[in-house]
Design a protein around this ligand. Structure first.
Ligand SMILES: *Cc1c(COP(=O)(O)O)cnc(C)c1O
Length: 353
């Protein structure tokens, strides 16, 4: 595919402290941009990372017609770079686009564009384990028009940047609370799509949870407010004596690619994994009778975060003595080993460039 590349004169890499990376505040030298006009996606271009200029009437700013993805590239010891499950991220991106009427980005624009962009900025993929290059593809409506309708023009952009651990406290267990007065998503809505409004809606309850001393919100279902759905912007897993449970997808849960990978890895290791509904009461009961062993959350940004405690309506349970449990640790080590090329990639998840 034809991609016009305009390189930055001088890399800004030397201004970045790779020993102290946070999440999402450093960006690599280049970005990919592609526009949809006249009914089709034009050829993409790779240009120096920088500010973009848009009209104040641009429709995404008013009505939120936009989507995004979050994915990562990891370094191998021999200098190769692994983009993790790019096709799965592409498929989810297109599904999110469909839900908010953004025309599907052609597969080769997304995948070849990603390869070329990451290759051009491959010096930006941190060499050490537990660091990575975060990749943020996104698309948005650009019509200069305040009437509510689906836009006729769009932009698709990919930016990347080196990241360290997502949570400030590293791999320390997270403290959760339910917020039964608020919901993240409802079946029939847009909870299964990675669209910006979902995250705007989560900010207020999340801030309230943080003010009360918790790390994240444990989201309950919107209808009965008793089934567990997600943690913050991660999927959730419960480890019982003889079963690992994660809530089933069904419209209100984001189909995480880390979730899918963890289900596979846990089954490979001989665990029984069930995608089934689970109430907050079942979790609290199992904690009290000792059958609940571990809880962890999964997502691209943090990979796996152990859950240390859950508060719900005045009661609190402490999970696994507020430490990372053996099954969480094993799954985390296995997946990060695959990311960095130390473990076999049995399921063909790694796209090595
Ligand atoms: C992105 C996201 C996840 C995790 O998905 P991954 O593909 O594993 O990164 C989970 N829940 C929500 C709400 C998300 O936005």
């Amino acid at each position: 595919m034809d991609i016009k590349i305009t390189q930055r004169d001088q890399s800004k890499r030397s201004s970045v402290d790779f020993d102290n990376l946070a999440f999402g505040n450093q960006f690599s030298d280049h970005m990919l941009v592609c526009k949809f006009t006249g009914g089709e996606w034009e050829s993409p271009a790779i240009i120096p990372y920088g500010k973009i200029q848009y009209d104040p009437a641009m429709s995404v700013l008013h009505y939120g017609q936009g989507v995004f993805e979050g994915m990562k590239a990891f370094s191998y010891k021999d200098g190769k770079v692994n983009i993790f499950r790019p096709e799965s991220h592409y498929e989810r991106f297109v599904e999110s686009c469909e839900r908010v009427q953004i025309p599907a980005i052609p597969k080769e624009v997304f995948l070849d564009g990603l390869d070329k962009l990451v290759d051009l900025d491959r010096d930006w993929v941190p060499a050490d384990k537990f660091k990575s290059l975060y990749i943020r593809p996104f698309a948005f409506a650009t019509d200069e028009f305040l009437g509510l309708k689906s836009s006729d023009t769009f932009s698709f952009i990919i930016i990347t940047g080196p990241v360290g651990n997502y949570y400030k406290e590293g791999i320390k267990p997270v403290k959760l609370t339910t917020m039964p007065d608020y919901v993240r998503a409802v079946k029939g809505g847009v909870g299964a799509a990675k669209v910006p409004g979902n995250y705007a809606a989560s900010l207020y309850p999340t801030t309230k949870a943080k003010e009360q001393g918790y790390t994240q919100v444990l989201w309950l279902d919107a209808v009965e407010r008793k089934y567990v759905e997600e943690v913050g912007t991660s999927n959730i897993f419960f480890v019982f004596e003889n079963e690992i449970v994660t809530p089933p997808l069904g419209g209100s849960i984001l189909p995480g690619i880390t979730r899918r990978s963890m289900i596979q890895l846990a089954r490979d290791k001989g665990h029984t994994v069930n995608e089934r509904k689970i109430t907050i009461n079942e979790v609290f009961e199992a904690s009290k009778d000792g059958s609940l062993k571990e809880i962890f959350a999964t997502g691209t940004a943090a990979v796996l975060s152990p859950v240390g405690s859950i508060h719900h309506q005045g009661e609190e349970i402490v999970v696994d003595r507020d430490k990372m449990g053996p099954i969480s640790e094993d799954l985390y080590t296995t997946l990060t080993g695959i990311h960095h090329g130390e473990n076999d990639d049995e399921h063909d998840w790694c796209h090595v460039i």
